[in-house]
Write a protein that binds this ligand. Structure first.
Ligand SMILES: Nc1nc2c(ncn2[C@@H]2O[C@H](COP(=O)(O)OP(=O)(O)O)[C@@H](O)[C@H]2O)c(=O)[nH]1
Ligand SMILES: [Mg+2]
Length: 244
């Protein structure tokens, strides 16, 4: 009667924040998952349901540390074969822990989706690095023009999507090349962009109390696509009736 996603990946990747955002919860709301939990590889998954999406369940799997070498039995221990689908939060593509899990999911025919979160941080770094748009004009992050940002983001996203797919296709062999065909999304908790800029002491025309919505909404639309994808996957499996 419901579709269950396990959310898997290293610690501090925004897994819990994503679940909270999906369920419309802010981090201090009742029922929201605890963020900044640190490494809890051995803990039990925390499961989330919401009256908004009765047919979905998220299991927030304890994240592993960057120096952790997951045992080959992680997949089994975490009973990943009992979930309908797994959302893999990627830190770097050559993360052998993540790739091992992905391969075992493929072996067992379990749906997987790759997600790169915190894209605001990666995007800002990228803009810092070259600071230029393709036509050589300087890109002003502090006074973002919507159209400009949109174009920049579209290019950047398709580049990163290609890198991800090519990387998997080239590095993996045999049937594991199929990993490159799994859906991939780049998301960001858009509301955190303001926070990020503030922490980095950046001047910004974004402000804390509004006017950001249009920009943030358009910037991080991949998040909406991911949301639709998850709902769609569940629908296909459960049938339309379950959604009523
Ligand atoms: N800038 C930015 N920070 C984020 C984003 N998502 C999560 N964070 C922050 O990253 C930290 C870790 O998030 P958390 O959800 O606890 O990660 P988890 O360990 O993977 O569950 C928290 O301080 C979040 O506020 C994002 O999209 N952008
Ligand atoms: Mg967490």
């Amino acid at each position: 009667d419901h579709y269950s996603f396990a959310v898997v990946g290293p610690v501090n990747m925004g897994k819990t924040s994503f679940i909270n955002a999906f369920l419309g919860l802010r981090k201090n709301d009742e029922g929201a998952g605890k963020v900044d939990e640190g490494e809890t590889t051995t803990g039990e998954p925390k499961k989330y349901r919401s009256p908004m999406y009765k047919y979905l369940e998220f299991a927030d799997m304890p994240g592993w540390g960057t120096k952790t070498n997951l045992s080959a039995t992680y997949y089994k221990e975490k009973k990943l074969d009992t979930y309908d689908g797994v959302i893999l939060f990627v830190n770097v593509l050559n993360d052998s822990n993540l790739l091992n899990v992905a391969k075992q999911l493929l072996d067992h025919n379990i749906n997987m989706i790759f997600v790169y979160a915190k894209t605001d941080l990666a995007l800002i770094d990228e803009v810092r690095r070259d600071g230029l748009t393709d036509d050589g004009e300087s890109f002003d992050f502090n006074h973002p023009k919507l159209e400009e940002m949109q174009e920049f983001l579209n290019k950047w996203l398709s580049q990163r999507r290609n890198e991800h797919k090519m990387g998997l296709n080239q590095e993996q062999s045999g049937k594991y090349k199929k990993l490159a065909d799994m859906p991939v999304f780049f998301i960001s908790n858009g509301a955190l962009l303001y926070q990020t800029l503030k922490t980095k002491n950046e001047k910004t025309s974004l402000n804390e109390n509004g006017n950001n919505e249009e920009i943030l909404d358009r910037l991080f639309y991949d998040e909406r696509e991911l949301r639709s994808e998850l709902i769609q996957i569940a629908k296909e499996k459960l049938g339309i009736d379950a959604m009523k």
